[in-house]
Design a protein around this ligand. Structure first.
Ligand SMILES: [Fe+2]
Length: 358
């Protein structure tokens, strides 16, 4: 059980808030109680997560705290441009987005403030948060290899490096190199292989393309179902979602049972993992409410939603997995500090550009 009080300034305002998070080891039913809040009971959330199921995250927080969430959804780049244009007058308290590349870009643009929170620091593993507390990851997704069971022997395809093997010429589908997931995947290869090998890897992968990159991750999986791609690179939640509910072009079980999943690099670095996450903005008008919200996102009940609602992996260790996610199997994840993926973003784009990967 964890318990804390807000700081002295709030007490001086005689509007003391406290939050009680009872984290039960068995999981999903954290209790949250709030007595009062020093700030107006409002939180302005700018979110680039567009998952319907996230609604439960917001309504549960409001129910527990009385803090109303005003949510503005847009693309990460549009939200970041807006925050910059609004400057010190921005009403935004929190930016939530997907991909470490975007969290890193927001940090580079000085959009976040540093947050110190015992709850966040104890619940979120160090590799999944900024060392200075500017951003925190709340869910994880692995970017892995999917394959047509009729065309590929997974014994031949156990690593990211294997994707560049000429034996797969004309067989692999990926999305475009300008996509942030592809940039972060390259950023990881740069870290593990070194720059020159990463360049050679990008060349090999490009040469193995079944078609010029098109569409999102689900389109790569559809490519396997349609027979255009023998191999695809995609995030785990797109496939887990297709196992759980109807996804156009991916009939279950006709198509999904044809698709196998390989968690790469299990004998070496572990599978590449990316995140969604957020941070408190530098000019947040409601920083205490914002911190309460981030701490809520790290609670057992919120963590369970990330998996059950969007088929992601929780960020908090031992938080429960949705059945669709668990069915993908256990795997070793790359344990590099996410911030390294941020630092390698620019070089990743340069390498893709250099080798002509579109
Ligand atoms: Fe996605």
């Amino acid at each position: 059980m964890r318990f804390y009080l807000l700081g002295g300034a709030a007490i001086a305002l005689a509007a003391v808030a406290f939050f009680l998070i009872a984290s039960k080891p068995e999981g999903a039913n954290a209790e949250i109680n709030v007595a009062a809040v020093a700030e107006e009971a409002v939180l302005n959330l700018y979110s680039a997560r567009h998952y319907d199921t996230d609604q439960r995250l917001y309504s549960d927080f409001t129910e527990a705290t009385g803090i109303q969430i005003n949510r503005l959804e847009d693309s990460a780049s549009a939200l970041m441009a807006r925050i910059q244009a609004e400057g010190a007058n921005s009403p935004a308290d929190i930016l939530m987005t997907t991909d470490i590349g975007r969290l890193w870009a927001a940090e580079e643009a000085d959009l976040f403030q540093e947050v110190s929170s015992n709850i966040l620091e104890s619940r979120i593993p160090a590799k999944l948060r900024d060392p200075d507390g500017q951003w925190f990851a709340f869910s994880q997704r692995a970017r892995v290899i999917f394959y047509d069971k009729a065309r590929v022997d997974p014994a031949d395809l156990q690593t990211y490096a294997d994707l560049a093997d000429p034996r797969w010429e004309g067989m692999i589908c990926t999305r475009s190199s300008s996509n942030i997931y592809m940039l972060s995947l390259m950023a990881a290869q740069i870290h593990h292989m070194g720059e020159d090998a990463a360049r050679a890897w990008a060349t090999g992968l490009w040469n193995n393309r079944a078609r010029d990159p098109e569409g999102g991750d689900t389109d790569q999986l559809r490519g396997i179902a349609s027979g255009q791609c023998a191999i695809a690179v995609a995030n785990t939640y797109y496939f887990a979602r297709a196992l759980r509910r109807e996804v156009r072009g991916l009939a279950n079980p006709e198509d999904t049972s044809r698709i196998g999943v390989i968690f790469p690099n299990q004998q070496t670095t572990g599978a590449h993992v990316n995140v969604s996450g957020g941070g408190i903005l530098a000019h947040a008008p409601h920083p205490e409410n914002a911190r309460l919200f981030l701490e809520y996102l790290a609670s057992d009940s919120a963590q369970a939603y990330f998996s059950a609602g969007n088929d992601e992996y929780p960020a908090v260790e031992d938080a429960p997995l949705a059945p669709s996610v668990a069915s993908l199997g256990e795997f070793e994840a790359d344990d590099l500090m996410l911030i390294i993926l941020g630092q390698n973003q620019r070089l990743a784009q340069e390498i893709y550009d250099e080798v002509g990967y579109r």
